[in-house]
Design a protein around this ligand. Structure first.
Ligand SMILES: [Zn+2]
Length: 52
């Protein structure tokens, strides 16, 4: 975990674990490789924490 990535997570800009990305029928969803949060794809390189 780099400091830069961690700051990204605090700003709700996450990076998914590539092999863990899944399609739930509406969105791409995955797990953040840095903080482990459940994330959803909003756009190219735009992954944000998933609301439960
Ligand atoms: Zn994160």
């Amino acid at each position: 975990m780099s400091l830069f990535s961690f700051i990204g997570c605090l700003a709700d800009k996450h990076q998914p674990v590539r092999r863990d990305v899944d399609w739930d029928g509406r969105h791409y969803v995955g797990t953040c490789r840095h903080c482990g949060a459940a994330v959803r794809r909003h756009g190219r390189r735009d992954w944000r924490r998933r609301e439960i």
